[in-house]
Design a protein around this ligand. Sequence first.
Ligand SMILES: [Zn+2]
Ligand SMILES: [Zn+2]
Length: 331
Amino acid sequence: MQVDAEALDIGKVRHSTLVDSAGTRYVDFRRSLTPRWSTVWTTLLCGHLALALSAALVAAVGGAIDAGWAASAGLAVAGGALIGFWLHYLMTYLHEGAHYNLAPDRETSDRLTNAFVGLFVGMNVKSYRKVHFEHHRWLGTTRDPERSYFAPLDLRFLVEGCTGVRLVRALKGYREVVRGKARPEDGQAGGGSVDGVLVVAVLFNGAIVGCSLWAGAVVLALAWATGQLLFLPLLNTVRQVLEHRSEFADDLTDYSVVPHGPVNRLFGDGLFAAVFGAAGFNRHLLHHWDPSVSFTRLKDVERFLMDTDVAPLLQRRRTTYYRTWRQLDRI
Ligand SMILES: [Zn+2]
Ligand SMILES: [Zn+2]
């Protein structure tokens, strides 16, 4: 069954039709929405700092306790969740980079995104952009390549997420999009050759694991690998489900055959929403409506829209990650 998307999305509301109570047109207001670069870089580097502190904490606790294998394995999984959480935080900035919003100049933005994010998560922003722009174009249709939300949030989803099945499937789909859309001028990022950013990222992450083992920090080595291979993809796919799966979706319908319909949400400014939905994912509804606006200005967009006729539409889609999880939870 297709969900009633009309009631759940502001995608069809045209920018040119919106005017606030003071008579300002959105298309005029929009010109004032230049990115706040200091916020972009402060919040991104805070992610690196949190990741480094988490790794140090895992190493310190792992070194301090002299427990058996079971306790060490448990600590490695808990540490993996912590490290994976902050890797996922960095991953949200790959998305911001895909929209050229890490620096005023596009080529510089791409280089910085690959250096500060791609290195950690193993994805070239140019390749990700091809997939992600298709997501914007085909949201809610059977052609959407970011399709985690097609599946119900059940035990199978979590098991597939934890074991890497979902990751492999997603990467295969991404590869098809990247290859399908490859043009000669895109160079190695879109071709059949191995991506340079991926190679450097594998070496970088391998060095972290290798150096940890060499230093005797076995728990940290295991936690880093678990965070990277298990928790990062799991958190990424769960976040996508919470953003786009309808609360009225049918668990038995195959949305790769039947269109799901475009669905978006506003998750607010709570502490969890600010870090789990970093780089503007907590206002993903507004991002889909006007994708070129920097995440540092989405709050201004929200304020403007709340002073227009579409305010009730926004109000209806206001929720929290926890409430959405409770609505979609089939575990
Ligand atoms: Zn989206
Ligand atoms: Zn986007």
